[in-house]
Write a protein that binds this ligand. Structure first.
Ligand code: LRH
Ligand code: MN
Ligand code: MN
Length: 386
């Protein structure tokens, strides 16, 4: 039997980090459809994020992307967040939007480009010092398009060297989260293509280096929950970039494409003791055609639903069925939890937290969308890359 009070208590402690870039305009390489009322500055992104947190109660931090969220005074931005009941979360580095990075950044064959890339990463740690952020999230677009283009082993050496320099700069309580992705923009070989490569680098670097799993960064059919279980066993799961994929790195709302996969991932998180502050549950999404704030609210709710179902798995019954070699019985225990409608339970959790049980409806009724359309006129809207 699962203890419902304990499940509710755990759900109240959940924290889902929302990404600043999800509030801005985004699109594909074919077209960015601008939306009315979209933030024009990091502060306005925080204003939107504060709505998400106020309505869900479980989205207290916001990830920044540098240079998309460049400001003069990061401590002041952290103060602005705090006034809205938020904190600044992971600092995401960006070594992929500069002409110098055509052949890579910290793996580039030219030492001058590598220096520039490492300089940016060190600057991101300075920003963490100012914002009080704990995590530096690193994703490298580095790789090659053609066999023979560069030395695969040499690139790994350069990667290790650059990471070590940044690792040495990390302060007390700061971590480096290394994100892998199997392809795009590199089409032949990516320098951090998979969890094994990320894990090998993190292991060598030390305890402050951990792996981040972006759910959209795997080949179709990959058993992501196995990766999660393995990284947790090794103490190397730093966090998630949650999103959904139908084809490649689609960055759609988490839980939209495959809620069952999200449940299986969250079950392994719970099973492996990863439902703690040590694992960062971040969204990494783009809302190209749908309204952004409600899409982010929906995403947070999707994570909550998967988590609630994972917490409802009857661990004793499951272990007993597994011991009894009862294949169908064990599967049924897991499926019973997955097939539970947890929406009434989450509505109760929200009411107990003093929130509206229906965050989507509450947002629609709040008038926020109309208010920002009226107020955010003039200036340049924030966009993916701006
Ligand atoms: C790369 C990625 C990485 C970036 C973000 C914008 O595909 O997932 O996390 O920082 O997208
Ligand atoms: Mn990501
Ligand atoms: Mn991605």
């Amino acid at each position: 039997m699962t203890d419902l009070a304990a499940v509710k208590a755990a759900l109240k402690t959940q924290a889902v980090e929302t990404p600043s870039w999800a509030y801005g305009n985004s699109g594909t390489r074919f077209k960015v459809f601008a939306q009315q009322g979209v933030p024009r500055s990091p502060r306005e992104k925080l204003d939107d994020a504060a709505q998400v947190h106020a309505l869900t109660g479980v989205a207290p931090t916001v990830a920044l992307h540098i240079p998309w969220d460049t400001v003069d005074d990061y401590a002041a931005l952290a103060g602005y967040a705090e006034e809205r009941g938020l904190r600044l979360g992971a600092i995401n580095s960006n070594t992929f939007q500069d002409d110098d990075y055509r052949l890579g950044s910290i793996c580039h064959p030219d030492a001058a480009v590598r220096r520039k890339a490492v300089g940016h990463l060190l600057e991101c740690v300075d920003i963490m010092d100012a914002t009080g952020s704990q995590d530096l999230k690193l994703w490298f677009a580095d790789g090659t398009n053609y066999p023979g283009q560069d030395d695969l082993r040499g690139r790994q050496d350069r990667l290790a060297e650059g990471l070590a320099e940044v690792y040495a700069r990390l302060g007390e309580g700061q971590r480096m989260l290394l994100e892998y992705k199997f392809f795009e923009p590199a089409f032949y070989a990516t320098d951090v293509p998979d969890w094994g490569t990320a894990y090998a680098h993190c292991l060598k670097l030390g305890p402050k280096a951990q792996v981040v799993v972006d759910t959209g960064h795997h080949a179709p059919g990959t058993n992501i929950e196995f990766i999660v279980a393995t990284l947790l066993r090794e103490g190397k799961l730093g966090g998630f970039d949650f999103n959904s994929r139908f084809y490649a790195d689609d960055d759609l709302m988490v839980g939209a494409a495959d809620p069952f996969q999200l449940f299986r991932i969250m079950y392994e998180v719970v099973r492996g003791g990863g439902f703690t502050a040590d694992v960062a549950f971040m969204l990494d999404q783009c809302h190209n055609i749908e309204p952004k704030v409600p899409a982010i609210i929906r995403s947070v709710m999707n994570v909550q639903e998967a988590t609630a179902k994972a917490l409802l798995v009857d661990a004793e019954a499951l272990a007993a069925a597994q011991r009894a070699e009862d294949v169908l019985g064990a599967n049924a225990v897991l499926m019973d939890a997955y097939n539970t409608d947890v929406r009434p339970l989450l509505a109760e959790v929200r009411e107990e937290m003093g929130l509206d049980p229906d965050p989507m409806g509450a947002f629609a009724r709040s008038g926020w969308a109309e208010k920002v359309v009226a107020e955010r006129v003039g200036g340049e809207q924030a966009g993916w890359g701006a």
